[in-house]
Design a protein around this ligand. Structure first.
Ligand code: TMO
Length: 312
């Protein structure tokens, strides 16, 4: 009796597509800002639904590159041009990771301030206004302004030096820590200059603007002699219409062909990314819950991301 049941069970499993799928877990990197975490869970739930095993591995963006290159991590759902293009392009060129395509979303990552700051520093959002009013952003009684950013590795010190700004940089640990600083400043309308990006939930809650630095060009970040400073790189802003890409470990197409196709086809626009981030940061859903809600409401979309490689 028992044996028969077992045989039946094995046959049932054998007829589903999952048997063809390599069952070692696909390790999805989760970083320290909300939309990336939710998108990772959306992908994870789709991969699980198509017969894969999935693990979420928390990783800082800085340390993820080596792990993605060596197969310790397999997927990154959000690579942002403004903060990660150099590392990403280098590793793609070396063949260590694969460029799995861009989302439709256009991105921008830049110095930003809430709207009430503008009257305290006339001339904003033009960056030159900051040459005169660093003191407005001081937190220690000196003329030196404070710029608050996260752990995503922009060469802000170099930019400050290149543009002759009188600012120092404070790095906090995560997106959440950054929003805590914003909330505190906003309560008393204290001037704050901080890193922000779009798409993000913040734009729906806090009015504000990005600082307009000299336009980003490839020369600005590769030729010191380009631009205002003849000695330093980064005398420009970040790209205003940056890309948002997916990256995978170079061994992924062979090991999990269906999952690789799903990652390639996975595609989010600005509105959906901002919405998913808001579900978590404004409506206080967990990332898992926000992802499963999106999955339920967008079946048509993600079913289309599966390919012939996903059917046995
Ligand atoms: C990578 N980030 C969206 C935090 O700028």
């Amino acid at each position: 009796m028992k044996t028969k049941l077992l045989v039946g069970l094995v046959c049932a499993v054998a007829t589903t597509s999952s048997l063809a799928v390599n069952q070692s877990p696909i390790k999805i990197a989760t970083n320290n800002w909300t939309s990336q975490i939710v998108l990772s869970h959306v992908l994870g739930q789709i991969l699980t639904n198509s017969g894969h095993k999935v693990e979420y591995v928390s990783s800082a963006t800085k340390s993820q590159w080596f792990r993605l290159g060596s197969g310790g991590l397999h997927v990154q759902t959000e690579v942002w041009q403004g903060t990660m293009a150099d590392k990403f392009n280098g590793m793609v060129k070396e063949g260590k990771i694969i460029d799995a395509g861009a989302h439709d979303a256009n991105t921008r990552e830049e110095w930003w301030y809430p709207e009430y700051v503008e009257q305290l520093c006339p001339g904003l959002p033009d960056w030159k206004a900051l040459l005169k009013c660093s003191k407005v952003f001081s937190s220690d009684g000196t003329d030196k302004g404070l710029y608050v950013t996260g752990p995503w590795g922009k060469p802000d010190q170099t930019r400050i030096r290149a543009l002759g700004l009188n600012f120092r940089v404070k790095k906090v640990k995560s997106g959440d820590a950054l929003w805590e600083e914003l909330k505190k400043a906003n309560e008393t309308k204290k001037p704050i200059l901080m890193f922000n990006w779009t798409p993000n939930w913040v734009e729906a809650i806090y009015k504000g603007k990005f600082v307009e630095f000299p336009d980003w060009t490839q020369e600005c970040v590769s030729k010191p002699e380009w631009g205002l400073s003849k000695d330093y790189l980064y005398d420009c802003g970040n790209p205003k219409k940056g890309w948002l890409k997916k990256a995978v470990w170079s061994g992924m197409p062979e090991k999990w062909p269906c999952a690789f196709d799903i990652v390639k086809n996975m595609n989010f626009d600005n509105a959906n990314i901002a919405k998913l981030a808001a579900w978590v940061d404004v409506e206080k859903m967990t990332a898992e819950k926000a992802a499963s809600k999106w999955i339920k409401e967008n079946k048509d979309k993600w079913e289309g991301w599966k390919t012939a490689n996903c059917k046995s």
